[in-house]
Design a protein around this ligand. Structure first.
Ligand code: NAP
Length: 243
């Protein structure tokens, strides 16, 4: 798929990993609708950076704790830029809980934000894609779905659902829309943690360093561009899964 001139919607596209995906797509020639929830200022700054790269950009807020919010988001993005043919599902929560202390309410909230929202956003994206256009979806998941965290129990179950959803949607939407995922390891320290926290985790992986966002953006672009890959989950984890 040639990215040049396409319109992309990036959820959580204003900050951190999502921002790197926004800017990588803009550098590759896409116009971007930057979704945010609370980061209005960073969304405006990111949109300005997209425009600085010579592409169009618009921003829009949606609280994806309500999976029904995706419908309006796709409508807003389409109205702002025209048909959206690339969807990046990066927004997510990262709640802390364990099997012992998880509550039904907290579990449902994690599923709504981190699993149901990307699913129904993809559904609306596919429904809105014009018949003569091909599309690509990239979900952002976590390598820890195969060797689960103990202390982000609800989150890791929701991301495990994203892995299965990636394969299910790839089958359901083929051949016109490809659906892939990037599974991240130690990319950035979680919000509220310092570099030392991530460096300690990185010491245990083969590449012995924190990944940063550039390798994630590179993998995402490769999945969007490659027309014969669908249903794939690419680990961007410095080899963490092999130790
Ligand atoms: N950082 C890592 O090393 C790492 C590792 C594994 C997986 N991941 C995955 O990579 C993706 C991005 O990671 P990150 O570290 O950049 O995430 P982050 O800093 O925790 O940011 C989360 C993003 O999700 C959005 N978001 C949170 N709650 C929302 C809500 N209720 N409605 C709509 N949007 C909401 C936030 O938007 P606002 O800021 O506008 O509120 C923000 O853009 C996530 O899917 C995460 O699970 C990251």
């Amino acid at each position: 798929m040639d990215i040049t001139g396409r319109n992309a919607l990036v959820t959580g596209g204003a900050t951190r990993v999502g921002k790197s995906l926004t800017l990588a797509l803009a550098e590759a020639g896409a116009d971007i609708f930057v979704h945010y929830n609370s980061s209005a200022g960073p969304a405006e700054e990111t949109a300005a950076e997209v425009e600085g790269l010579g592409r169009r950009s618009a921003i829009g807020s949606a609280n994806l704790s309500d999976p029904a919010a995706g419908e309006q988001l796709v409508a807003d993005a389409t109205e702002a830029l025209g048909p959206i043919s690339i969807l990046i599902n990066s927004a997510s929560g990262f709640p802390k809980d364990t099997l012992a202390d998880a509550t039904l309410e907290g579990f449902r909230a994690a599923l709504d934000l981190t699993l149901a929202s990307p699913i129904f956003l993809t559904q609306r994206f596919a429904a809105a894609l014009p018949d003569d256009m091909e599309g690509a979806v990239v979900n952002v998941t976590d390598v820890k779905t195969s060797r689960p965290y103990l202390d982000h129990f609800s989150y890791v179950i929701a991301k495990g659902g994203i892995d299965t959803f990636t394969r299910a949607a790839a089958r359901a939407l083929a051949p016109r829309i490809r659906v892939n995922a990037v599974a991240l390891g130690v990319i950035l320290p979680p919000p509220g943690e310092d570099d030392f926290y991530a460096e300690k985790l990185a010491a245990a992986i083969p590449m012995k360093r924190v990944g940063g966002t550039a390798p994630v953006a590179g993998a995402m672009l490769a999945l969007v561009e490659n027309d014969f890959i669908t249903g794939e989950i690419v680990r961007v984890d410095g080899g963490g899964h092999i130790v």
